[in-house]
Design a protein around this ligand. Structure first.
Ligand SMILES: [Zn+2]
Length: 462
């Protein structure tokens, strides 16, 4: 298969600045506005080619396809993919241990790999994500397209405030550089240092996590710097937590900074951003020419109806180094395939409602931390910081929500607690106990905030 693969058109190198006029609304107009039928036809061709590449060159896929009795040549429609076996993070970890360094899902020799990212995950065993030079260029072209859709332009000064150490989000700065923005490789530095960088360079855009954007804004205010007037930030890209797609959370960060907030979605095993909001901020445009999406019922594995909530399963369409075929992300999502107000026709991720890992089942009812977040962030008597604690007493699960009231709140705690309790009940159907805490009691997380303290396991070990 490798030998008769048609030559690919190389993407513009990251060192070459894209020659788009700044008033062009699209990075790649023909691609971004093509009909849904053209998307489907394009994806089917790419899928067939990618499955054939995986089968021919990755020992793991040859084995697993053979065992499942499926073959790339049998694929005649996108729905045929559902007959192929799924994989998940534990497969990546296991195959990497079995066949170091890259695992036997890799489909090129190591000599062709020019970049790796690694993610530690909760077990502490890092999984490695490899890219060929062609994969890397294609990725950066996508990042450039995504930044362009969010309104980033050559006149911007862009501060990339993500981790550069093996983190898949690090290289995304080259996408901003590719569109011609002045790119500041800020990295994850102490808040005072970052504020000083933003001030010195008068940066107009930055990328961080939602909880850190919030924390940084509060830190600035505490130092007498008003982010709205003393800094030049007009665009904030956020990723890594559900908050960026929760309108109430976005609105509060936007008000704090006087800036627009765009949610981005990335996955350590594929791209730093696989999707991001355009200037309409109505869902995240998906990298549909790179990654095919299925949404399935996590229990049965059956596809959910279009627009419905389910687990996101991803298949890469162009990645040569390590194709992923039906990778179960554990993210609970929904998608919209209508044409966006911006004119783009790619499917839009309407938010990650939660991680299967974060989903709490309280007396048979599903609840995500993001459900509670939407409530505490729209009520301005709360600081916006909160935590969920789950305990089990007499074999019954009990949810307690701790939320901070603002300084100077002049009502009673009971009244505030009753309001939150009723909001949670209405939104989720779960009856929660609520504890009101003074402002600044809960720990401020500078990066990924830990919102759930599940103590149910401790009942049996105590
Ligand atoms: Zn759009």
């Amino acid at each position: 298969m490798t030998n008769d693969t048609p030559p690919r058109t190389p993407a513009t190198p990251v060192t070459a600045r894209g020659a788009r006029p700044a008033d062009s609304p699209y990075w790649d107009p023909a691609l971004e506005t093509q009909s849904r039928e053209d998307w489907a036809a394009m994806k089917l061709e790419l899928l067939k080619e990618s499955l054939a590449h995986a089968y021919a060159n990755a020992p793991y896929y040859r084995r697993s396809f053979d065992e499942a009795g499926v073959h790339p040549d049998d694929v005649t429609s996108l729905t045929d993919l559902a007959r192929f076996p799924t994989i998940d993070k534990s497969v990546l970890r296991e195959r990497q241990t079995a066949a170091p360094l890259l695992g036997d899902l890799a489909a090129v020799p190591e000599e062709e790999v020019v970049y790796v990212s690694a993610s530690s995950g909760s077990t502490g065993v890092p999984t490695v994500s490899p890219f060929t030079a062609e994969d890397f260029e294609a990725w950066m072209d996508y990042e450039a397209r995504q930044f362009w859709s969010s309104g980033l332009r050559p006149s911007d000064r862009y501060a990339h405030s993500l981790n550069f150490s093996l983190f898949i989000g690090g290289p995304c700065v080259l996408g901003a550089q590719k569109i011609g923005a002045l790119s500041i490789h800020a990295g994850t530095v102490p808040s005072e240092r970052l504020l000083s960088i933003l001030e010195t360079f008068q940066a107009t855009a930055m990328w961080t996590t939602p909880s850190y954007a919030w924390y940084l804004g509060e830190t600035a205010l505490a130092k007498g710097i008003d982010p709205k007037t003393d800094l030049a930030i007009k665009k904030i890209f956020v990723a890594g937590e559900p908050g960026g797609s929760i309108p109430e959370t976005r609105a509060r960060i936007e008000a704090l900074w006087g800036a627009d907030v765009y949610d981005y979605y990335g996955l350590s095993d594929i791209f730093g951003a696989c999707a991001g909001m355009c200037e309409e901020k109505d869902g995240l445009h998906w990298a549909e020419d790179h990654i095919h999406v299925e949404v399935i019922d996590p229990e049965t594995g059956e596809p959910v109806a279009p627009g419905g909530r389910g687990e996101m399963v991803l298949t890469t369409l162009k990645k040569r180094a390590r194709p992923l075929v039906r990778f179960r992300t554990g993210d609970i999502v929904s998608f919209n395939e209508d044409t966006c107000g911006c004119g783009r026709t790619s499917m839009r991720l309407m938010g990650v409602h939660g991680r299967l890992d974060d989903m709490l089942v309280i007396r048979g009812v599903n609840i995500f931390p993001s459900d509670v977040e939407a409530i505490v962030r729209q009520d301005h008597d709360f600081t916006g910081e909160y935590r969920l604690i789950v305990t089990r007493e007499n074999h019954l699960d009990t949810l307690t929500v701790e939320a901070e009231k603002i300084h100077g709140f002049n009502g009673t705690d009971d009244e505030l607690a009753a309001r939150l309790k009723s909001g949670i009940k209405t939104k989720t159907g779960v009856g929660a106990a609520v504890t009101i805490l003074p402002a600044e009691t809960l720990p401020r997380e500078t990066h990924k905030a830990k919102r759930v303290d599940d103590r149910r396991g401790q009942v049996w070990t105590a």
